[in-house]
Design a protein. Structure first.
Length: 184
């Protein structure tokens, strides 16, 4: 019995070290070696300064920029509090937040749903092409640019479905806003 107990404890220790330390370090090392940009969070740099990540949404509130989806993560785009709001369709809190977001958009026409609802993680960096196109007039007016030029920029930044069938077409808001700053 004692021999079996010692064997079990040693096996647990060896397994914990191999699978809890060695394996994760090897995988992380290979990731940084082979896929450096992706392993580091696909950070975006402007004038030598990190301005964000392609993978994590951030708020854009000024009228000169395309707006992201609202965030339900902590106080807004807080990666340490990433999760859904767990508010159901009959929740007064959710209905009030959506109504407030719709009122904030203040443009004519139907507001695309992803501009007034948070994503599952609350950190979605993308919006639908419809949401980006919806904001074209406001952004163009604020920047003194023709609508067609801003619309063309949006169309250039639409990422299609992966392999033509996975996911939905989308626009990365940070990339679009950085391109917009370069255009202006």
């Amino acid at each position: 019995m004692k021999r079996h107990f010692v064997t079990a404890v040693l096996y647990t220790i060896v397994t914990a070290v191999l699978l809890g330390l060695v394996y994760p370090m090897v995988v992380a090392g290979l990731g940084h070696l082979l896929f450096r940009e992706k392993a580091n969070g696909q950070l975006m740099v402007k004038n030598g300064e990190i301005v964000g990540s392609r993978l994590i949404g951030q708020p854009f509130t000024g009228p000169r920029y395309f707006h992201s989806r609202p965030s339900a993560a902590g106080t807004g785009y807080d990666a340490s509090s990433s999760s859904g709001s767990n508010l159901g369709p009959t929740s007064k809190t959710l209905i009030d937040r959506i109504n407030s977001s719709v009122a904030t958009e203040m443009a004519a026409g139907d507001v695309p749903v992803d501009l007034v609802t948070a994503s599952g993680s609350g950190l979605d960096p993308d919006i639908t092409p419809a949401s980006a196109l919806y904001q074209v007039s406001r952004v163009a007016k604020e920047r003194g640019l023709p609508d067609d030029k801003v619309r063309g920029l949006v169309l250039q930044h639409i990422t299609p479905r992966q392999f033509g069938l996975l996911g939905e077409p989308r626009v990365n808001v940070l990339e679009l806003n950085m391109a917009l700053d370069q255009m202006s």
